[in-house]
Design a protein. Sequence first.
Length: 264
Amino acid sequence: MLVLIGLGLESKDISVRGVEALRRASKILLEKYTTPMEEEYVEYLEKESGKKIVLVKRSELEENLRRTVEEAKKSDLAILIPGDPMIATTHRIIIEEASSQGIGTEVIHAASIFTAAIGASGLDIYRFGPIVTIPFWHQNYTPASFLDALSRNLSANEHTLILLDINSEENRTMRIGEALSIIENASSKSKSTIINQDTKIIVLANVGKKTEKVIYSSVKYLKDNAKIESILKNKSLCLILPSTPTFAEARFISRLEREYSNIS
């Protein structure tokens, strides 16, 4: 049996079903690519399962997919995945490979940033368009295509959840200053006016955790305020670019704006 187990967003978010599956498993892998993982959470999982957890990169799962899945033929193999297991393409491929080998599978779902961030923003999930990702820029790699997706969503009067790239080598997500600089440079490069200094966005930090922060303010305020940078430091971030809000949405996000409007 091959079991994919979601870890949710915060330490100990794993479900009772997930813990029980860990205890039955002969081997446990933890795929860490999708989000930074606290060492304390790994220690907790090892204590609850009574087994040493093997950390694997997504590339290792992909490259050794058939061999990894074959281990589930004789005994239970558990793969731990931050968030919800079936959001990322790689994990669907794992299920397909197991099925092709006649191996039974089970998926134990958990909280995902995709729903939790939208819930924390107070915006209506039915008014969101396609999700956008802002990648890190490198020499000779400065993509600005995410602006096209933002433009399409705004034209349809749809909100956009913006995911920020992950630096797996440094085990961190993109910082707010980095994200805003890339947006600014991409806008200049593409001569886009979708996002400017006065555009208001929602910044969501450490969603689903005790240290969660949600800020609604202008790009200029977020970029120039050292206090905001300090508040968001070392937190996992995502952004939301709202379209025209409904009355109920506007009332909720105005509260988010007031909370940080006087920080200097």
